[in-house]
Design a protein around this ligand. Sequence first.
Ligand code: CAA
Length: 260
Amino acid sequence: MTYENLLVEEQDGIITLTINRPKALNALNTQTILELQHFFGEDAPQREHVKGVILTGAGDKAFVAGADIKEFLSLDTQQGQAMAQRGQDTFFLIERFHKPVVALVNGFALGGGCELAMACHLRIATENARFGQPEVSLGIIPGYGGTQRLIQYLGKTKATELLLTGDMIKADEALQLGLLNYVLPAAEALDKAKEIIKKTATKGPIAIAKVIESINAYFQYDEDGFAREVAEFGHTTGTEDFKEGAAAFIEKRQPDFKGE
Ligand code: CAA
């Protein structure tokens, strides 16, 4: 596959994977999701010599500002569910990748961007990073695992507040809350990500893979909250409220929700 929206650079066995749509603050359109799916599902597993992956966003303003609102604003319920399922399946490939994936969060990580960072094994942020799940401001809910993973990292209390208010938090607060491993100046963050991956590469590769599998096993619940999220995301994409929320975003005004 030729990537339109991903830059893949490999140096000393470490891949830096950059989401490259800076004019749209690296928003995840369908093409980008399909490219991530191909990279983690087919491309990276074949690169047996690789030590790990650093995932980041192009430019100095955003990691990823969410799913591409302009692309999905006309989806109905079924199409919304298909979109959420595709995104969740892709993010599971990242979470289940057998080598460390480190998110290098270099700016806004909102909506699908926060969800993408949470699907990575470790998160290092620069000091200007901002995190949040602002979907309710658009009249929808998170669809790429946000209602599940935010609770996993933050606990129910703070996650509920952020999911209900759509508020953004700064990097230092995200660090205190347990969402991040490190907050560093931009000049040091990449080196730290490389240092961690190099250290893991000195360990037993099967042990590294099995630690990742075992950590993921801790979060296998009887009730499938991810499936519930897909259903409810599709429900919200089919509402008039979402049409109004997305239109308000594009027209740069406050939404007037009717609860329909
Ligand atoms: N989708 C599409 N385009 C986006 C985008 C997104 N998520 N985020 C930003 N952009 C675009 C803007 O429309 C703008 O494009 P134009 O120049 O063509 O108008 C460009 O990127 C720059 O953005 P802003 O002018 O808005 O920059 P700003 O500095 O004023 O604000 C921001 C930055 C606070 C991140 C703001 O862009 C913003 O609020 N973005 C949307 C964040 C959001 O709601 N994310 C959730 C999306 S829904 C989702 O992710 C669902 C899911 O779980 C699957």
